[in-house]
Design a protein around this ligand. Structure first.
Ligand SMILES: C[S@@+](CC[C@H](N)C(=O)[O-])C[C@H]1O[C@@H](n2cnc3c(N)ncnc32)[C@H](O)[C@@H]1O
Length: 320
């Protein structure tokens, strides 16, 4: 079988990260970015439609409600770069808010080829938008997209869906700083962050009654089986979503229901009963917290919109 270099490198990094995360003596971990293969991205799309998962609808309401203000901001930006676009369903709202006829280049940056393909083809009907998909990690993709723009063009970076919450607070701020360093004064960013809310709303959003989030979580093991010759028995790992009040974050784990051994690329990994693999963190914020973080990194918050039904904040940040 012919495996292109990019795919070979991706598989190599995946194998290294799995070996490192599952081979350690303390808390076993897997980076959440590995959820997103073709199946994981499709499952995530379903999650966004679940009654318990209010994040996506909240952000859509904000984008709809403030489309007038968005239009004014967007008039100055002819390059839109989205970090982790997924299928790009929400992005359509931003691109449709553009002043009529204003030509624009939209660069979705994604590590999941299937999601990227769907995003690019789904926006084909927007005539004023030239879509240039980049299969890349966030910052590599951002730098590639920025390098292609003409010097007079201003860029708007979209980082939606509270994906920043997957970083811990310190690394999230470092990430915002890295974005700011890549930008020029006059560029901007639209940053979506999910806010703290009662646990009666928060926990079901990550542990829904139909088990879709559980399937999404377990898919990372299924992906290891498919791509790295693993033999995980998915029925022997339980989906867990818990709130860590000190860190103000949801944590998703996969708990081993018994003592067991799994094999990945010929290497045995032991699990004790109740031991978990920590697969994702979703940090929750105060209403102005993300804007404050961004301001410490060289942005100025020009607009802050909050959805009251499902507390969620959208910050419009100008690079100064
Ligand atoms: C939580 S989903 C959010 C999708 C969409 N932005 C939304 O708001 O619904 C995160 C997306 O980012 C992508 N992603 C995760 N880590 C990434 C990384 N390091 N570089 C590029 N894309 C990444 C995933 O493949 C996934 O499509």
């Amino acid at each position: 079988m012919l495996i292109p270099d990019g795919v070979r490198d991706r598989l190599k990094s995946f194998a290294e990260d799995v070996r490192e995360g599952l081979g350690r003596s303390g808390q076993k971990t897997l980076p959440s970015k590995y959820f997103y293969d073709e199946i994981g991205s499709a499952l995530f799309e379903v999650i966004t439609l679940l009654p318990e998962y209010g994040l996506t609808r909240a952000e859509e309401r904000i984008l709809d409600e403030h489309s007038g203000a968005l239009r004014e901001w967007l008039a100055a930006h002819s390059v839109v770069i989205e970090l982790g676009s997924g299928y790009g369903r929400k992005t359509r709202r931003v691109l449709e808010a553009l002043p009529c006829g204003q030509p624009i280049t939209y660069c979705p940056i994604e590590i999941c080829p299937a999601a990227l393909e769907s995003c690019v083809s789904g926006l084909k009907d927007l005539r004023h938008v030239r879509v240039l998909g980049l299969e890349a990690e966030y910052l590599d993709g951002l730098n590639l997209a920025l390098a292609r723009r003409e010097s007079r063009e201003r860029a708007l970076v979209l980082f939606l869906g509270s994906s920043i919450g997957n970083f811990d607070r310190e690394r999230g701020e470092e990430f915002l700083r890295a974005i700011r360093m890549a930008l020029k004064p006059g560029d901007a960013m639209l940053l979506g962050t999910d806010l703290e809310k009662p646990l009666s709303k928060l926990i079901p959003a990550y542990d829904d009654s139909q088990g879709v989030t559980a399937a999404f979580n377990r898919n990372v093991l299924a992906r290891i089986n498919r791509e790295l010759d693993g033999d995980f028995d998915l029925s022997r790992f339980e989906h867990v979503a818990l709130y860590n009040a000190r860190e103000r974050r949801i944590e998703m784990h996969l708990r081993s229901v018994e003592d067991q051994t799994a094999t990945v690329e010929g290497v045995e990994i032991e699990f004790q009963r109740d031991e978990t693999i920590w697969t994702e963190s979703c940090h929750k914020y105060g209403p102005c917290e993300a804007a404050d973080m961004a301001e410490r990194c060289g942005f100025e918050c020009r607009d802050l919109w909050v959805d009251e039904e499902w507390p969620f904040a959208e910050s419009f940040l100008l690079a100064v």
